[in-house]
Design a protein around this ligand. Structure first.
Ligand code: ATP
Length: 358
């Protein structure tokens, strides 16, 4: 297993990039810890595959270096990186049996047949294919073939890193949850360094120790699911994580008070007078409707989504969402909103301002 260091890394597909806009991956400096599970999360085109391909060696970055432990692998081909990869679509040998497909990476490295059999059994159990080991891969469903690809990716214990590029795309929805859980338990068991690319926040948040959120070629935050939820570093993280995402409301901030059209919202920390485009961010979970306290809000509609209700409302010209418990009554007189001061974040030009304990 390896620690992965991204040193001054950036990539442009243009041979002569003129400005930052020409970079599909903007400059990135980070150390990814040995044995941790990372998810690369972001919308289509944000640079996830570019970063993954640099790590796997399919792409040489136009700037910077990448290390596996202390070895500079920037120019090393994929074959020399000792990694396992699972792609979006299954890569299996149709003429081989399921057993031989799973055994392939181990036999390739000359492992003893007794070990191969034992390990293949273990992995087959994990992906629910023990009863199919003697079947040829040809004729199996895409779903089953992708499970073989996942299994083959996981069969070796001695890889530097396991890389997954949207591996559950072709998997049946009910099986997705199961496979994700299995991947996670495998991670706990073997402590592989894992990197998992997805645009699906549920996949990222349930699988990873740390989620790397990307936006327009930039890593905007690397954090635990809880950090992304409570302290989104960028307004994009606030929008993208959560359902519905964080409310972002233009405000004037002075010290520990935000003013919105002259109305005051107390803040949990002191912020001085941040410059630029100033906004407050508050998640629907930390907003509450009231009939007596808080600031005026116009309720537009209430959606019952099972475990809770989403209240769609207008707050000084900004559309906001408020969550309420499933059984909470929403009376016509509930036309005020209260934000939990400890969970109101302040943003200047889209980046979170840290603030000081008040
Ligand atoms: P998706 O989820 O759709 O795969 P992604 O987040 O993986 O998206 P990338 O595939 O890394 O994003 O693409 C990042 C940017 O680089 C995009 O603007 C894309 O058009 C561009 N790009 C990707 N591959 C190439 C290439 N071979 N040549 C030129 N531009 C490319």
């Amino acid at each position: 297993m390896a620690k992965i260091t991204l040193d001054n890394l950036a990539h442009s597909y243009s041979p002569a990039p003129k400005s930052e806009a020409d970079f599909a991956l903007k400059e990135l400096n980070h150390v990814w810890n040995d044995g941790e599970a990372y998810a690369l999360l972001g919308a289509s085109g944000c640079g996830k595959t570019t970063l993954l391909n640099i790590i796997s060696g399919l792409l040489t970055p136009s700037q910077g270096r990448i290390f596996f432990n202390d070895t500079d692998v920037t120019r090393a081909p994929t074959a020399e990186r000792n990694i396992a990869q699972v792609f979006q679509f299954p890569v299996v040998y149709d003429t081989m049996t399921v057993h031989d497909n799973l055994a392939f990476p181990l036999r390739n490295r000359g492992r003893e047949e007794s070990y191969v059999t034992e390990r293949v059994q273990e992995i087959a159990r994990m992906i629910g294919m023990e009863h199919m080991l003697n079947r040829k891969a040809r004729g199996l469903t895409a779903d089953a073939k992708q499970k073989i690809s996942l299994g083959r990716g996981m069969v070796r214990k001695d890889v530097n890193a396991l890389l997954f590029d949207e591996p559950l795309t072709v998997i049946d929805p009910h099986m997705k949850w199961e496979l994700r859980t299995q991947l996670k338990s495998l991670h706990h068991q073997f402590g592989h360094t894992m990197i998992y690319v997805t645009h699906d926040q549920t996949e990222a948040l349930t699988f990873a120790d740390k989620v790397v959120v990307m936006h327009s070629g930039r890593v905007v935050q690397i954090g635990t699911p809880q950090e992304l939820f409570e302290t989104p570093a960028h307004t994009f993280v606030g929008y993208f994580i959560g359902s519905p995402g964080m409310n972002v409301i233009p405000a004037i901030v002075e010290g520990n008070v935000a003013s919105i059209n002259g109305s005051r919202v107390p803040l949990g920390r002191g912020y001085g007078t941040p410059k630029g485009k100033v906004e407050i961010g508050v998640r629907p979970e930390f907003a509450r409707l009231s009939s007596s306290e808080g600031l005026p809000v116009k309720v537009r509609r209430v959606e019952d989504v099972g475990r809770h209700k989403i209240i769609r409302a207008e707050f000084f010209g900004t559309d906001i969402n408020i969550l309420a418990d499933e059984g909470a009554p929403i009376g016509a007189d509930m036309n005020r909103v209260i934000f939990d001061p400890a969970h109101v974040n302040v943003y200047a030009d889209d980046w979170r301002v840290e603030g000081e304990a008040a």
